[in-house]
Design a protein around this ligand. Structure first.
Ligand SMILES: [Zn+2]
Length: 332
């Protein structure tokens, strides 16, 4: 990792796919574009996403996860033992292909190494983050038709994720984010769910971050310090920063990635608003432990709005850095 400024800015992972990429995917499905041509389109999209992150001034970018239709499906398609029956409705009119576990899960071939290598080759910074969906969320968003219980399924997934993380660090990944947005869904699972995450990251030598977002933070808050990652990033903007009080109550002491951009709203936050919000976070946590990011992935926004939101996030962070500089902090 290269040196980062005070209050490093990052993204959660996903970024809107360019419209032409959606068209390329459609043509590929219709047999009118070869696998190779589709890969070229994905690669071009990664270049564009990184360029948007660069222009906005994001310190720790991702490749926008442009190759992934969905955060569970992508992995279920690549791990042996899953099969797909058909789409299920998840919210409103959105559907996704919910995978089923039909036999013992096994690691197939590397899932993210090519993706990481390409992003690294075109990234403007060494501080590139790669994201991977965690074992609990993959299991929670799948049907279990094979394992005796969910716990056995999750721990087998943890081994598979661990293998992939080893391959990623061998390829040079230095900042890895485990996405576990389902971890705080069920109170009865949360303790062993965390054990499974720890199993998945065991022996992995990288800066490790976990992402959790929407849901009931009271379920997971008492156990957060037990998760063996360096940082957890949270959706905070959408909850008007109320979870900060909860984190303080349980003595949360890792780095915090503070969500300061609401990804469910098309209204673009102003830099001043972002600065004010960051200062609220700083009234709870020491500045050295705070990173700045949106609440969640930006995928569902238009590209224009996603970009403007990132720009405001970075500009707002710069306002706070200036204030800190005046107080004698070294911000570079
Ligand atoms: Zn999220």
């Amino acid at each position: 990792m290269n040196k980062l400024p005070l209050l490093p800015t990052s993204v959660i992972g996903s970024y809107p796919r360019p419209k032409w990429l959606k068209e390329a995917i459609r043509l590929h499905k219709a047999g009118k574009l070869s696998d190779e041509e589709l890969q070229e389109a994905f690669n071009d999209a990664v270049v564009i996403v990184l360029h948007d992150h660069f222009k906005a001034g994001v310190d720790v970018p991702t490749d926008g996860e442009v190759r992934r239709d969905e955060m569970v499906e992508f992995f279920a398609e690549r791990i042996k033992g899953f099969r797909f029956y058909g789409p299920v409705r998840v919210w409103g009119t959105a559907y996704y292909r919910k995978p089923s576990v039909v036999s013992k899960l096994e690691y197939g071939k590397p899932m993210l190494v090519d993706e990481f290598n390409f992003a690294k080759s075109v990234s403007y910074t060494e501080n590139l983050k790669i994201t991977i969906t965690g074992p609990y969320t993959i299991a929670e968003w799948s049907y279990n038709e094979y394992y005796k219980n969910k716990r056995d399924l999750v721990f087998d997934l943890a081994k598979i994720i661990n293998q992939e993380l080893r391959n990623l660090t061998e390829a040079g990944a230095k900042i890895i984010q485990i996405d576990e947005p389902a971890l705080h869904t069920r109170k009865e699972d949360v303790k062993w769910g965390i054990d499974a995450v720890n199993e998945a990251i065991k022996g992995i030598n990288a800066k490790l971050i976990m992402h959790i977002c929407y849901g009931d933070y009271t379920i997971v808050a008492p156990y957060l310090n037990e998760i063996k990652v360096d940082q957890i990033n949270f959706a905070l903007k959408i909850y008007d920063y109320k979870p900060l009080e909860l984190l303080k109550k349980y003595g949360y002491d890792k780095e915090i990635g503070a969500g300061v951009i609401d990804v469910h709203s098309r209204r673009v936050e102003t830099p001043e608003e972002v600065a004010k919000d960051i200062n609220r976070v700083l009234s709870y946590f020491p500045v050295e432990k705070v990173w700045i990011n949106p609440d969640c992935g930006l995928k569902l926004l238009s590209r224009k709005i996603a970009y403007q939101k990132l720009l405001s996030m970075v500009e707002g962070t710069k306002i706070v850095r200036e204030e800190l500089k005046k107080k004698g902090y070294s911000v570079e």
